[in-house]
Each structure stands twice: as structure tokens, then as C-alpha cells.
Design a protein around this ligand. Structure first.
Ligand code: ATP
Length: 183
């Protein structure tokens, strides 16, 4: 049982990391991979480059050594859709049960994702609760709603604090805060 948690991680924060750790325990997953996207399909402008987002994810693994990073989307030539990544994962992990993990806000946009009806052929969908709590509009069946804690942190909030030179402590690991300050 292996979990995959995709995102822009622009930057990665405790909302991703603590819930990833919690769902790994809840489902007793053998491994959980964070997959940073290349050019996000639903987001046009990223603050941090592919390289910087990856470096920050690697710094996060110092504290979260139970998590891993999968660079397949960043390494790929072209921007890829989740369905392509799921197909690749199924090739790479034959006979392994695959879990696709996402926050509730992402889940609520699922109908806009390419071939989302096929996701269930490749993975079990897992949805993490997220603030603000907006109960699902997506009509997707066969979803597991996680019991993970609510962590009220977003990358948007962090980017805004960076712009306004506000304190970032408690929102993401200290070594990433130091990294951002040096940029
Ligand atoms: P932004 O504020 O830029 O939209 P974000 O904080 O939502 O970014 P993403 O990298 O876009 O972070 O999210 C990747 C995945 O992690 C998405 O499925 C998202 O729903 C989920 N996620 C992000 N923050 C949290 C959180 N605090 N709790 C649970 N899931 C989260």
C-alpha cells in the first residue's frame, strides 16, 4: 500500500506535511510520496521554480523522514496530467495497492481533471479534510474521507506573508524558512 500526494508545493508547508504523515499512519501505508507538479494545469503562476520547490521538499524530509519525494512530474519533458502519473505509477508498482491523496478543495474541482472517471482504475482516492470546510460538490463515488487533523495553512497564506515580510514560524519547517530568507 503506497500513497501519492501531488501538489504545487509553492512552498510546501505543515498543512501538507502533517496531514501526509497522519494519513500514512491512518492507512498504514508502506510509503508516501509527495509529487511536485511541473506546470500545474489549474494554476498558471508559481512563485517558486521547479528547482526551488524541489529543494524545499527535500529540506522538509529532514524533519519528515517518514515521507518521500517522487520527481517524475518535474523530470518529465512535458507538463503531465494526474491520469498520466497514475498510469506510470501502476507500471512502476505492479501488484501494489495505490492511494491517490488530495485535499478537499482539490477534490471539489475533480470534475475538471482530465479523465478523472478513470482514476479509480489506477488508485483508491483519499480526501483530506481542509479548512474552510466546504462539503463536497464532487460527485465521485468510492472515496475514502480521511480522519486526519485539520491544519489551517495554505501556500497562498505563506506567499502573502513573505510579500509582507511577516513571521513564518509554525507554518513550515525552520530550515525552509531559512532557505526562503536567503533567496
Ligand atoms: P495554494 O494556497 O497555492 O492554492 P495549497 O496550500 O492549497 O496551495 P497545493 O500545493 O496546491 O497547496 O496543494 C497540494 C495538495 O495538498 C492539494 O490536494 C491540497 O488540497 C492539499 N492541501 C494543501 N494544504 C492542505 C492542508 N492544510 N490540509 C490538507 N490538505 C492540504
Amino acid at each position: 500500500m503506497i500513497g501519492f500526494f501531488g501538489g504545487s508545493f509553492d512552498p510546501v508547508h505543515y498543512g501538507h506535511l502533517k496531514t501526509a504523515r497522519a494519513i500514512k499512519k491512518e492507512l498504514k501505508l508502506k510509503q508516501l510520496f509527495l509529487i511536485p507538479c511541473k506546470t500545474p494545469v489549474h494554476k498558471t503562476n508559481l512563485q517558486f521554480s521547479n528547482k526551488q520547490r524541489l529543494e524545499m521538499l527535500n529540506l522538509a524530509l529532514v524533519e519528515f523522514d517518514d515521507l518521500q519525494v517522487d520527481t517524475q512530474e518535474i523530470d518529465r519533458q512535458n507538463a503531465s496530467y494526474t491520469i498520466d502519473t497514475l498510469k506510470q505509477i501502476n507500471k512502476d508498482y505492479l501488484n501494489e495497492e495505490i492511494f491517490l491523496i488530495m485535499g478537499e478543495d482539490s477534490f471539489n474541482t475533480l470534475e475538471a481533471w482530465k479523465n478523472y472517471q478513470q482514476f479509480g482504475n489506477y488508485a483508491q482516492l483519499v480526501v483530506l479534510p481542509r479548512l474552510p470546510l466546504v462539503k463536497g460538490s464532487a460527485s465521485y463515488k468510492k472515496v475514502y474521507f480521511a480522519k486526519t487533523p485539520l491544519v489551517d495553512i495554505s501556500s497562498t497564506q505563506i506567499r502573502s506573508k513573505i510579500r509582507n515580510q511577516q513571521d513564518l514560524s509554525g507554518l513550515l519547517p525552520e530550515n525552509i524558512i531559512k532557505y526562503i530568507k536567503k533567496l
